[in-house]
Design a binder for this molecule. Sequence first.
Ligand code: SF4
Length: 409
Amino acid sequence: MKGNSAIGCSSDYDPQPLLIESNLGTYAICGIGMINNAEELIKQFLSFSGGHFGAMTGGEVNGTELVAALINQKSSFSDGIRFAQTSIKGSSSIMILKDDGTIIAARDRFGRLPVAVGKSDDGYCVAFESFSYKKLGFDDYRELGPGEIVEITADGVNVLAEAGKEMRICSFLWSYYGYPTTTYEGVNVEVMRTRNGSIMAQNDRMNGGLPDIDYVCGVPDSGTPHAIGYANESHIPFARPYIKYTPTWSRSFMPVHQSDRNRIAKMKQIPVHELIKGKKLMFVDDSIVRGTQLKETVDFLNQNGAEAVHMRSACPPIMYGCKYLNFSRATSDRELIARRTILELEGEEGEKYIDEYADPSTERGKKLRQVICEKFHFDSLEFQSLEGVVKAIGIEPCKLCTYCWTGKE
Ligand code: SF4
């Protein structure tokens, strides 16, 4: 292949980038996000265009092809992308490679995910995580604002459409999704996680005292910096009672049979018996979503002789499935351990009291924690507060998406 420009995307769902022949010329397009009103947009498109979409395996339309169909309805890329951004319910960050080598990058309307531009003597690089281009020798140039559209050529970065004023960047980027060396909106992921752990220790101290434990430990990998922050603040030693061994099994590989998954999970957790047997441990995890993996971890620690296993979640109970990003770890509200527990306790009636369940000072909040503790054999369980996470991130709360904890858009 020849040329000096390229785009690409690691996608679990749609094949992409796609090559499109259109009224705007020939271009390649890829993107990330989630289109919740895809069906409605497809119907609208087919009703007036007489066109068609290629059906993927399973009969669905490729989301990237749908984005291209929206863009092509206007007479310029910037108008077309704006149209796509405002038509899509969910989110969509887009990269386009024109046939003259120009790259167009657009961040989704409310900036749920970041889009960062790097620069080196050789040119520019655009990515969702800045660490990816830093490894290649690019330095930070600038982050795009929410909804901003830019055109990148060998001569520089030209703004095609200004950023909007409203932003709702995903808070989970800092708690869990983001790579530690990445910085979003001027806040580094690892630094936020350490600060978050420290706030959790302050909260425990205020709400009845620090638990009686020998070590603070992180559920690897993303729980670890939260745990380091907790240990630094509480002056309780940090330790790694089990070490993750990953060379043989990549993270994305998921065998079909549960028995194989269990065997692999065990192979990935190598215990340090001296740090487990007879010890009172506190584990900090980035979040508690379904809890399946966590149960295996606690059983593993108990089988290896731990005297006590306390658990802390570095974010509030997750009450709502994410409707903005397609790399979330639960697809429906009822798969979430907090929501499943509420359902068991009160049936659908309990869904009226989700705010109370999230709050540890209410009777419902205490009950939720107690039931999850019993299910998972934790000696105690607490969640970081919403205020705690927001403080640890440190940007204005109105700029953050916290929907999966609060249900508020
Ligand atoms: S709902 Fe949660 S995971 Fe989804 S964008 Fe908002 S904060 Fe991120």
